[in-house]
Design a protein around this ligand. Structure first.
Ligand SMILES: Cc1ncc(COP(=O)(O)O)c(C=O)c1O
Length: 384
């Protein structure tokens, strides 16, 4: 799909008109159940946990944006990821990419492990070493690219080739780039998961998760999981998410432009030891990012130099909000060690390369000069 086609789809796609009335926004079908016709004849809608017209419009929209056939909407990114893990059975193994969202790690370690689903961390950035990690029990590999929080880039095509050769599915968490910049199904992935709470919604006012699948058999299984587990997205939240999606291109362009400016500025700043951003030519993931995505995205991370005090730095921020989340119009700073990745034990965090001095910046759509100024004044106040 070309950029023009994608941008047209954002504002004219499935979420942008109501076939019943012609309204330019899909109505909020705030109903749990539906009148049934003739007994024994399956109606299009019977109960909102199974399907709802507002949610259905969103599900069609995300499927078309990801160039897949089937979309599923959940009440959070974690509900979407949990539903995906229900595809597997006791005795199966899932490989996960080296640094990834702490909640995904916790879900596997604290919950699915109790049902006999095992997991192992692998380095998907290095496809050669990674092939040796498959075992006869491996059923899937879950990867984030770029990863959270170190923005490491994996080759989705190569990972998919290796996974398929070993009989495993590829689950790609596409939260960080959104389909505006990267469409993993077109690169060989089998299942896309999203925390739509982030860039897709974009305004910090809805918690949502999405899944997109291309394969019909897998999608049928998934539909049953969605209906059985029941963590579906409410009609009002589906409406909010559709509204956010319409401006995805504008927000992503502006925030990514800002991130590029900030990353370049930080990379020569004496308060910063290292910047992690695949939009920088010096970044190890730069070439690959250019090959498989059309932008580096609005997220970057950096290690604060040890002359600076991380607590004072966060306390000194005035415009940038210290917060767990990312992907909204306002800039937010996260301290992975105590926020997003606190559920990962310190020794595993250290192995993953997530230091206590790491700051993850979700760059928003404010003026880049204002963001820079805020960081600069915080660096001046935070000398340890
Ligand atoms: C990459 C990634 N995946 C999944 C999630 C979980 O999403 P949610 O918070 O919507 O449950 C997050 C949350 O930060 C995330 O960053």
């Amino acid at each position: 799909m070309t950029k023009d086609e994608f941008e047209t789809l954002l504002v004219h796609g499935a979420c942008c008109k109501d076939d019943v009335s012609g309204a330019l926004t899909v109505p909020i079908y705030q109903t749990v159940t539906y009148r049934q016709g003739e007994l024994g004849v399956e109606p299009p809608y019977d109960y909102t946990r199974s399907a709802n017209p507002t949610r259905r419009a969103l599900e069609k929209q995300i499927a078309s944006l990801e160039e897949g056939k089937y979309g599923f909407a959940f009440s959070s990114g974690m509900a979407a990821i949990a539903a995906t893990f229900f595809l597997f059975h006791s005795g199966d193994e899932i490989l996960i990419s080296r640094d990834l969202y702490g909640g995904t790690f916790r879900l596997l370690e604290s919950h699915f492990k109790n049902f006999g689903l095992s997991w192992r961390i692998v380095d998907t950035v290095d496809p050669v070493s990674f092939e040796a990690d498959f075992s006869p029990q491996t059923r899937a590999i879950l990867l984030e690219t770029p990863t959270n929080p170190l923005l490491r880039v994996s080759d989705i095509e190569e990972v998919s080739r290796i996974a398929h050769r070993n009989g495993a599915l590829v689950i790609a968490d596409n939260t960080f780039l959104s389909p505006y910049f990267q469409r993993p199904l077109t690169l060989g992935a089998d299942i896309i998961v999203h925390s739509a709470t982030k860039y897709l919604s974009g305004h910090n006012d809805v918690l949502a998760g999405l899944v997109v699948i291309d394969d019909e058999t897998l999608a049928e299984e998934f539909l049953m999981i969605q209906k059985s587990t029941g963590g579906v997205l409410a009609p009002f939240d589906s409406y909010l998410l559709m509204r956010g999606i319409k401006t995805l291109a504008l927000r992503m362009d502006r925030a990514t432009g800002n991130a590029q400016v900030i990353a370049q500025w930080l990379s020569s700043h004496c308060a910063v030891d290292r910047v992690y951003y695949p939009g920088l030519e010096s970044d190890p993931g730069y070439e690959l990012q250019l090959k498989q995505a059309s932008g580096a995205g609005p997220l970057l991370s950096f290690d604060l130099n040890e002359k600076h005090d991380i607590k004072k730095f966060f306390a000194a921020l005035r415009v940038i909000t210290p917060a767990e989340s990312l992907g909204s119009v306002e800039s937010m700073a996260c301290h992975p060690a105590t926020m997003s990745h606190a559920s990962i034990p310190a020794e595993i965090r250290a192995e993953m390369g997530i230091s206590d001095r790491l700051v993850r910046l979700s760059v928003g759509i404010e003026s880049p000069e204002v963001i820079k100024h805020d960081l600069e004044q915080a660096f001046k106040k935070d000398r340890g």
